[in-house]
Design a protein around this ligand. Sequence first.
Ligand SMILES: *Cc1c(COP(=O)(O)O)cnc(C)c1O
Length: 432
Amino acid sequence: MSRSAELFARAAAVTPGGVHSPVRAFRRVGGTPVFIRSAQGSQLEDVDGRRYVDFCMAFGPLILGHAHPTVMQAVNEAVSRGWSYGAAESGSLELAELITGRLPWVERLRFVNSGTEAVMSALRLARAATGRTVILKFAGCYHGHVDSMLIRAGSGLAAAGVGGVADSAGITPGVAADTVVLPLDDNAALERLFTARGSELAAAIIEPLPANYGLLPQRQEFLDALAWQCQQHGALLIFDEVITGFRTAFGGMAEITGIRPDLVTYGKIVGGGFPVGAFGGRRDVLELVAPLGPVYQAGTLSANPVAMAAGLATLRQLTDGTAYLALEESGRLLDELLRGIPGLRLQRFGSLFWLVLDDMPAPAPMRSPAGLSERAVARFGPFFHALLAAGIYLPPSPYEVGFLSTAHTVEDLKKLASTVHATVRKVPDLSY
Ligand SMILES: *Cc1c(COP(=O)(O)O)cnc(C)c1O
């Protein structure tokens, strides 16, 4: 028995499914998860001493790779000064200034501890600002495990396949009723909904580049129409940039699309791999938050100084834009290396990529969750394990995207590509 399997058996005896976040349990790919003992650059090492090139990168935060020396130094320095004060300190000020100084749509922001918290707070704020109740979301977009957002969401839920009104048990019909869901990429449905219920909507929330049900790039015209409808009907537009913020560009998809959201949520990269989320946006809206306004929001560990130091050290590496050029170059190389492989389709945007194990011709990118075939889902498990055995760690689900970091080398990408070449043809022969 491997050391990982031993640890997993012990873990299953003390925590549900042996993990603290469901997708880590390998349910979607079968087998038992590997336990990681260390990570450096683009590499993971498990407790059995096996090494992997990591294309999961903690699901997004590690745009600079694991254990980046500059971030590590900042974290070590911060730790040496004590790691939690429950009082005002300047690391959060510097990080907030860095963000608000560069992103004009973030006039004010507040730090929280996760992307989920950021979304939860943004929704409460939108309801308070508008005096309305209903939130519009899009099928296949994931916004964390906030009750009202666990409706037709992606990420681990896509894999869990739990159905009904909500994607999760334990959500009241009242909460579910306050969330309306539309398909992505459907301007006509947008128009119909806003015409019928526009005046009830507190906000529309969207991942402007949905990346939790594979990667589903949206047409600019669709996002423009959403922004326009929101404005016409007095609903706030919330861009959930927890994955895309500081990744597709420093200013994420708001920068790329030129659309100015009323509110925006960040997470993942903003904490450099430590637990940080943030919500921000229009000053008049953010000033409704306590202690200035009536919207309560608080956190014992919010803006933790060690996490702030990690976020600050990470974002400072990204401000001059060279990281994004390098990441795009890596992405293009990946396109080239993976082009024309039968049985494989690649959807990529910058440093986010999605491997789909189906032969479907690709006239246009998939833009809604409906595009993923059962075959592609079924083939993913054996594919994942073949890659794992060859020393490649992909996110363990057909619905999760892969992440490139600035630590990935050309050799890493070539290793991924050659392993994929060697594996894809064999996948249909493997039973799952
Ligand atoms: C990861 C993610 C979240 C949730 O963030 P957590 O830190 O996991 O709570 C919310 N929205 C999007 C778009 C995400 O990718």
